[in-house]
Design a protein around this ligand. Sequence first.
Ligand code: FAD
Length: 451
Amino acid sequence: TVSVVLFTSDLRVHDNPVLSAAVRGSDQVVPLFVDDDGVRAAGFDAPNRQAFLADCLTDLDAALRARGGHLVIRSGDVVDEVCAVVSATGARQVHLAGGVSRYAARREGRLRAALDTIGCALSVHDAVVTALAPGAVTPADRDHYTVFTPYLRRWSEAGVREVAAAPRKIATPEVAPGTLPRRASVAGVSPGLMAGGETEGRKRLRQWLSGGIAGYEEGHDDLAGDATSRLSPFLHFGALSAVELIHAARREGSPGAQAFVRQLAWRDFHHQVLAARPASAHQDYRPRGDRWRDDEREIAAWRAGRTGYPLVDAAMRQLAHEGWMHNRGRMLTASFLTKTLYANWRTGARHFLDLLVDGDLANNQLNWQWVAGTGTDTRPNRVLNPVVQGKRFDPLGTYVGRWVPELAGLARGVVHEPWKLEPAERAALDYPEPIVDLAEGRARFERARGV
Ligand code: FAD
């Protein structure tokens, strides 16, 4: 018998229950990836993610070849392409990881109906993209958790599935492999974009487990220390499995590892919100009656990292250069846009999705809503102050100096407040004046929200 594995957000051979089930249940497996028109039409094909994806697919193909098979690449409408491969190979079953977005649900429904007409079954596997399937734990009175802390308690008690061993051998029937995309042919990639792929992810994971993780609890907010795992893109594409990470971190056992596991619970939390409320990718989860200002000049300055607030600008420039931004920077820049400038969170979320290599519908949109106060934050009207945040999380100004070279070398007393410099010194810097007064911005936001 032949079965097809449709790879989506699970681009790995280790701990991949979809691939394992297919190998176990059939003699031959067609590992298929479709460069899906629907994903491109939704604007999800940002260059940084296309480049990282190319790395992931190249690496996945190599891993499959080492086991006797190979990846099959197609492009077009995902349902048409899967059906064509099923018909060409006589497959009786298609295996797929369950997704959480409205798009994933529609894809699954369309696939099931189309496969049904050609006598092929669809098996959808849970707990592949997330550690716990959305809906695996629910409160007594609703279909999903709206507050993180009680979710975390239940999530921690629930326990995750065992790790699935990587298949040793994969037999793939005669089928044209198609063309692997190449990272080098993607235009517009951030110059400092990290390399992708399962092999690279596993290397980083090993380094993380034997090094950084132990200091994660104290170090995770230290912007200059850059002491987080940077595993988010690997998780987004499924080049690493959240389940495997949780088992490994629990074995390591330090307070840092526990704090790291808690962050993976945040990832599941947002996924279960999106699965239950797919519209929250675009609509306010908790509408606050906002009438956003959307000042184009201010938004352009924010995008360019030229707001005149050093920490905001450093983080925005890190995003442009690396296609990645530290979580503390994401929180601050999002608060600055949605609260201090009182611009629509969708504008910021779109810009992030255009650049972030880990750009993810659940994590991005719902974190943006969390910061904007239209999501699940229980303190929706708090406003982060870039000067206070700078002094706290980048006390020496090292992070600012790294990304805003105009300010490199300024004394710690002024690096987050360059307007305090003597006028002559200030004038010598090619650095903008603040585009907004922080107190005014906050007052405007609080008035609008009726705080
Ligand atoms: P670590 O600190 O090492 O954490 C480990 C893993 O836990 C991360 O890789 C990630 O998978 C998960 N995680 C950590 N924090 C969060 C969180 N707040 N929500 C959900 N999962 C989390 N994360 C994305 O993966 N994709 C996004 O598009 C994204 N957009 C964001 C937008 C905003 C406005 C904010 C405030 C946060 C966003 N995050 C997003 C969450 C978080 O900032 C990143 O996951 C994290 O910075 C990635 O770096 P890391 O892998 O070093 O994280």
